[in-house]
Design a protein around this ligand. Structure first.
Ligand code: UDP
Length: 330
């Protein structure tokens, strides 16, 4: 298992780069394929790097012909909900069509294991306090629809071609490498925790809180923030299950405890010891009041247990990264 060769598509991005490091630590051989549209070459800390785009089928065929991969992990997709509403073609093209290219290249090459980055957005408006795998799937934006489409494709490909896959539906991926080497570097940044910490470090004047009239105890939205290393651990367990001949599966990944926007800001004040100016703003379109995972299936079937469930730990790791970033840009 530890000598497995894994192709990490999108390995230069936020989650992919942490995964590449994690696989390296496990002793795996790793090849990253990334077009560097959102990722960074210097975030790939282990293995081989190939710059390329999933739209380039000929390059994919050459890559699969040149090496033997035991499994593919696919992190390369566009992730901004608002942008997906404005520019759906961009999302369907990359997240669906390009993923089909990848799957077909795998099929031709006889690579039969696939781990897919999916999302809580496939569920749409929450119908229950915690979202488990049986929750109805009714995405409310193109981003969520692209991810659900690929999940459906994967079911059909298993039935017809025997491709085994694990879909991992992240809730709010957050935090940074506990050793401080990697972290979140989205351009533009839209996620709450890095933005709060940029307000703490002075890279931004304030954090805008999108709505404080939700039906939650403090009126701000509740989300399930799951540490990036815990996500990597889940991928590792999923990979092991596939390598051991396991069946295709889908898992919801979160901490199972939600934190409000206000609680995140309070945690950031505690961890950083800095003042964090807040501005209250309008609600952001499409934000449900509360999104919390039920990850019982991942816990029982994979033995997954988040190791960094405490909000302060997660914020502390992200803060260490923000301080490093601030030092490097100043
Ligand atoms: N949020 C906020 N201000 C920001 C960015 C996000 O109040 O500048 C809120 C957002 O409305 C949501 C939560 O923080 O309730 C998490 O948002 P994020 O974009 O990090 O992740 P999402 O839940 O959209 O995947």
């Amino acid at each position: 298992m530890t000598d497995a060769h894994i192709l990490v598509v999108g390995g230069a991005g936020y989650i992919g780069s942490h995964m590449v490091k994690f696989l390296g630590r496990q002793g795996c051989q790793v090849t990253t394929l990334d077009n560097l549209s959102g990722g960074f070459r210097d975030a790939v800390l282990h293995g081989a790097f190939v710059q390329g785009d999933l739209a380039d089928r000929a390059q994919l065929d050459r890559l699969f012909a040149s090496q033997r991969f035991d499994a593919v992990m696919h992190f390369a997709s566009f992730i901004q909900v608002g942008e997906s509403v404005q520019q759906p073609a961009k999302y369907y093209q990359n997240n669906v069509v390009n993923t089909l290219n990848l799957l077909d290249a795998m099929r031709v090459a006889g690579v039969g294991r696939f781990i897919f980055s999916s999302t809580a957005a496939i569920f749409g408006e929450p119908q229950s306090a915690r979202i488990d795998e049986a929750h109805p799937k009714a995405p409310i934006n193109p981003y969520g629809r692209t991810k659900l489409m690929v999940e459906q494709v994967l079911e059909d490909y298993d039935r017809a071609y025997g491709l085994k896959s694990v879909c991992l539906r992240y809730f709010n991926a957050a935090g940074a490498d506990p050793e401080g080497e990697l972290g979140e570097r989205h351009e533009p940044e839209t996620h709450l925790i890095p933005l709060v910490l940029q307000a703490a470090s002075g890279r931004r004047p304030h954090i805008s809180v999108f709505g404080r009239d939700y039906e939650t105890p403090d009126g701000t939205c509740i989300r399930d923030y799951v540490h990036i290393n815990d996500l990597c651990q889940a991928h590792w367990l999923a990979l092991r299950s596939l390598m051991a001949g396991g069946q295709s599966q889908a898992y919801n990944l979160g901490n199972g405890s939600g934190f409000s926007v206000q609680e995140v800001i309070d945690a950031a004040r505690r961890v950083t010891g800095r003042d964090i100016p807040v501005q209250y703003a309008e609600r952001r379109a499409g934000d449900p009041a509360r999104l919390v995972a039920d990850s019982t299936r991942a816990q029982t079937a994979l033995g997954w247990q988040p190791a960094f469930a405490a909000l302060d730990t997660l914020v502390e790791h992200a803060w260490r990264w923000e301080l490093r970033r601030t030092a490097s840009v100043s």
